[in-house]
Each structure stands twice: as structure tokens, then as C-alpha cells.
Design a protein around this ligand. Structure first.
Ligand code: HEC
Ligand code: HEC
Length: 160
């Protein structure tokens, strides 16, 4: 049953990640997950450009008010991973080096209301996992639980 649905979706030209309800899967890398997932979630490499990641990895001692410095070997290793899976184009780029400031992020989240961003369970746009469940597996609007536990799909917003 499940298999035939997946095959049908494939036949319709949709990829397996979408068939799984997951539009954006996140690649894995042990060192990255350990070092870049200790203070916050390990943010998906695809959501910033290689150039943005390079700048960030070059200034980890001044990382958004924190010191996230790594030794040279780990830094190089993680930067290579980030660049390999980076996004491209203006829409994934931000001078602030924040995913939450990129045109892509703003557009993708345009239906989220200002009140929801400052909800006590969310507090910051950087707090992806406040709304996205199982972020290590990937992101899908079908996994979103808004503050208060409401499923996003059941809300009245249109998608296009
Ligand atoms: C010592 C703690 C710490 C470590 C380790 C750390 N970060 Fe951060 N990071 C922060 C803080 C603090 C912020 C700002 C969060 C906020 O504004 O809510 C941040 C923000 C970010 C943001 C911007 C999030 C947004 O708003 O879009 C990115 C991207 C990021 N970190 C990537 C990384 C990467 C890559 C690594 C590993 C090399 C890393 N971080 C390691 C503390 C850390
Ligand atoms: C306040 C809750 C909230 C926070 C915090 C939040 N998101 Fe989202 N996100 C959403 C909602 C709701 C959607 C679906 C929007 C729509 O379909 O109109 C979404 C959509 C997405 C999508 C597209 C998924 C799909 O199926 O198309 C990605 C990827 C994503 N967010 C990543 C992130 C990342 C990375 C962060 C943190 C830097 C983040 N989000 C922070 C609520 C949030």
C-alpha cells in the first residue's frame, strides 16, 4: 500500500523526500552535529550560501555574541561539509549570516504572524525546533506544531 503511493508520487514527478512528507532533508556529519548542534540545533547547510558559511566559520570567536571557536582541523572539516551542501543564490544569502534574515526564510515564513514569533515558547526566529519537530530528520510543513500544539495544516493559511 505505502509502496504503491510512493510509486504513484514518483510517477507524478515528485521525489522520495516529498513522498515522505519531507521537502527538505538534512545531510548528516558527526563532527558538525556535535560542534554546531550543542548550543542550538544544527542548522541545515542548504539554508545559507557557501560564501556565508565561509564567513561564519572564519569568525567563530565572535559568533552572534558567543565564542564557538574550533581547532583548525575541525573547522576545515566542518566548513567543507557546509560548503558541499550549501544553498546558492541571493535568496539563501544574508549579510547578517542569519538564515532567519535570508529572503528565502522570510518568504517561506510569511504566513507566520508577529505574535507567533515572540510567543514565550518560541522567543526567537532562530529557535527552529520550537515549531519544527524532528529537525534532525528534515523539515516539512506537515511536521510543524505551532505554539500551543496546533498543527500547521489545520490552520487557515493558503500555500502557493
Ligand atoms: C557556544 C555556543 C554556540 C556554538 C558552539 C555554535 N553557535 Fe551558532 N549561534 C549561537 C548563538 C548564541 C546564536 C544566536 C541565536 C539567537 O539569536 O537566538 C547562534 C546563531 C547561529 C546562526 C544564525 C541562526 C539564525 O537566526 O538564522 C547560525 C546559522 C549558526 N549559529 C551556525 C552555527 C554553526 C555552523 C556552528 C558550528 C561551527 C555554531 N553555530 C556553533 C551560539 C553557538
Ligand atoms: C514560529 C514557528 C516557526 C519557527 C520558529 C520556524 N519555522 Fe520554519 N516554518 C513554520 C511554518 C508554519 C512553516 C510552513 C509555512 C507555510 O507552509 O506557509 C515553515 C516552513 C519551513 C520550511 C519549509 C518546509 C516545507 O515543507 O516546505 C523550512 C525548510 C523551514 N520552515 C525551516 C525553518 C528553520 C531552519 C527555522 C529556524 C532558523 C525555522 N523554520 C523556524 C514555522 C516556524
Amino acid at each position: 500500500m505505502k509502496r504503491s503511493i510512493a510509486l504513484l508520487l514518483l510517477a507524478l514527478g515528485m521525489n522520495a523526500a516529498y513522498a515522505d512528507g519531507r521537502k527538505m532533508a538534512v545531510p548528516d556529519h558527526a563532527k558538525w552535529k556535535e560542534e554546531c548542534g550543542s548550543c542550538h540545533i544544527a542548522y541545515p547547510p542548504k539554508l545559507l550560501t557557501a560564501d556565508n558559511w565561509q564567513k561564519m566559520m572564519g569568525s567563530l570567536n565572535k559568533h552572534f555574541g558567543a565564542n564557538a571557536e574550533l581547532d583548525a582541523k575541525d573547522n576545515k572539516d566542518i566548513l567543507e561539509f557546509l560548503k558541499k551542501h550549501a544553498g546558492s543564490g541571493e535568496r539563501h544569502s544574508a549579510a547578517s549570516l542569519r538564515i532567519s534574515d535570508t529572503p528565502w526564510f522570510k518568504r517561506e515564513h510569511r504566513s507566520v504572524s508577529p505574535k507567533e514569533w515572540v510567543h514565550p515558547e518560541v522567543k526567537s526566529k532562530s529557535n527552529c525546533s520550537a515549531c519544527h519537530q524532528n529537525v534532525a530528520r528534515g523539515y516539512s510543513e506537515h511536521d510543524v506544531r505551532m505554539p500551543g500544539g496546533k498543527r500547521w495544516e489545520e490552520e487557515e493559511y493558503d500555500d502557493d
